[in-house]
Design a protein around this ligand. Structure first.
Ligand code: NAD
Length: 443
């Protein structure tokens, strides 16, 4: 099948590569000419396990092409996927500028029947706005073609995006047009061989499903962080509590890890956008507001611990920081907890020696000009003469370090762990002052 994808970010590029991988003919189009030039040189602008090989393989086979030329791209695809960003607007609502621009671009060039598929995360009612935009442009051009607008929100997880796309837990298709629904069924058939994972529904429910999923996951995290803060104050160990409650199958062990707060490009903006939607229809979303507030507070947790340890005297202190991406296996630093922490440390006059397995180029892009930041090329190098180690992302590489070496390299044996990676008793035995989230200190 012939597919056009607008947007070559985490979602668009993965979607394009995976559709090409199963034999489709895909053109990806982006307004970022540098990104397209890099992709045409075989360079992948983001880190995502398995993606590079897949893009190179399919590009060489001629099934995956990259362009800035919207005219050619629109003519190519029976399916026109919208996978552009929906960043938060000033009031927290989703900014639909890019989505509606793409809708207009599609309508500007389309000459034959198309299925327009919205993969971006968009508020309820966006499909109607896409349709209005397309209608307006087609009327202006005096062109009459058949088209459908389908909501097909994406559920891939950064860090496992290729795997998630190739073996989806579910594919949501929100569609009021039976012919378009059949076409989507056929398109997703290769990803459905084991059993049918396609869930059909109306467009509005599909749009809301994506927000519901992210809001539920964010709620689980904020709930555990709330409990961790209570555990701190009552002398309980949140890790024991986590294991205790996860054993109940109604609760389960997934996604109940306390930590330094959720980040990334999705949870923060999607919780806010859903809350905004609720306000717009005169409903006060108390739970969603609390989820966001708890997360915001949690992002200060590690810094507050550090500040208290040094009784506020942070000026001139030097910290080794392991982990910069918002979660492991990605180079994405959007809304990462590490950023809030670094910015607070710099404001207090401290210096940071940072290492991340994949996010160093992104850190350089964001903060390369800061004199209070040293980018290190290994976890060990980051430790040199630092007053303490801080861990902010649970990369596998950081799970079992050589603690003797850590102690030797640091100027004092202090660890602030924002992801509860280590055993407090073992670290106390090794002479460390170890701070975790919601865990009592071991003397
Ligand atoms: P991204 O910022 O990584 O990529 C968006 C791309 O769209 C950029 O390359 C940008 O240049 C391009 N673009 C903007 N306007 C364009 C236009 N008019 N024509 C062509 N290209 C254009 O974004 P992302 O992380 O891939 O997210 C895309 C959407 O998918 C968002 O709505 C997001 O909420 C949703 N989503 C993201 C994830 C994730 O894990 N990143 C998961 C599920 C859903």
């Amino acid at each position: 099948m012939r597919i056009t994808i607008f947007g070559t970010g985490y979602v668009g590029l993965v979607t394009g590569a995976c559709f090409a991988e199963v034999g489709n003919d895909v053109i990806c189009v982006d307004v970022d000419a540098d990104k397209i030039a890099a992709l045409n040189r075989g360079e992948i602008p983001i880190y995502e396990p398995g993606l590079e090989g897949m893009v190179v393989r399919n590009r060489e086979a001629g099934r995956l092409r990259f362009t800035t030329d919207a005219d050619t791209a629109v003519h190519h695809g029976q399916f026109q996927f919208i996978a552009v960003g929906t960043p938060p607007d000033e009031d927290g609502s989703a900014d639909l500028r890019h989505v509606l621009t793409v809708a207009d671009t599609i309508a500007t060039w389309m000459e034959d029947d198309k299925v327009i598929v919205d993969k971006s995360t968009v508020p309820v009612g966006t499909a109607d706005r896409v349709r209005e935009t397309v209608e307006r442009r087609l009327a202006e051009r005096g062109v009459a073609v058949r088209y459908a607008v389908v909501s097909n929100p994406e559920f891939l997880k950064e860090g496992a995006a290729v795997e998630d796309f190739m073996k989806p837990e579910r594919v949501i298709v929100g569609c009021d047009d039976a012919v378009a629904r059949e076409k989507l069924h056929a398109l997703y058939a290769p990803f459905n061989r084991n059993h049918d994972r396609l869930i059909s529904m109306d467009v509005r429910s599909a749009e809301l499903t994506k927000y519901a999923a992210n809001a539920m996951l964010a709620t689980k995290i904020s709930f555990m962080n709330e409990l961790a803060n209570i555990a701190d104050r009552v002398g309980a160990d949140i890790e024991r509590v986590r294991i205790g409650i996860g054993s109940d199958p109604r609760i389960g062990y997934h996604f109940i890890y306390p930590g330094a707060g959720y980040g990334g490009s999705c949870f923060p903006k999607d919780v806010q956008a859903l809350a905004r939607t609720a306000h717009d229809v005169d409903y006060v979303p108390q739970l969603l507001q609390a989820v966001e507030e708890v997360n915001d507070r949690q992002k200060h947790y590690v810094f507050n611990r550090i500040r208290d340890h040094y009784a506020g005297a942070l000026s001139g202190k030097r910290f080794a920081l392991w982990g910069l991406s918002f979660k492991p296996n990605t180079d994405d630093m959007r809304e990462a907890a590490s950023r809030r922490l670094m910015e607070s440390l710099w404001e207090a006059g401290a210096m940071v020696q940072a290492f991340d397995p994949k996010a160093m180029p992104e850190t350089r892009r964001l903060y390369g000009d800061r004199s209070a930041l040293t980018l290190c090329d290994s976890p060990e190098a980051a430790l040199a003469d630092a007053d303490a180690l801080i861990v902010m992302t649970e990369w596998n590489l950081f799970r079992s370090p050589d603690f003797e070496l850590v102690r030797e390299r640091l100027s004092a044996p202090v660890i602030f762990d924002g992801r509860n990676l280590y055993d407090p008793a073992i670290l106390a035995g090794l002479g460390f002052h170890y701070y975790a989230i919601g865990r009592p200190p071991v003397a």
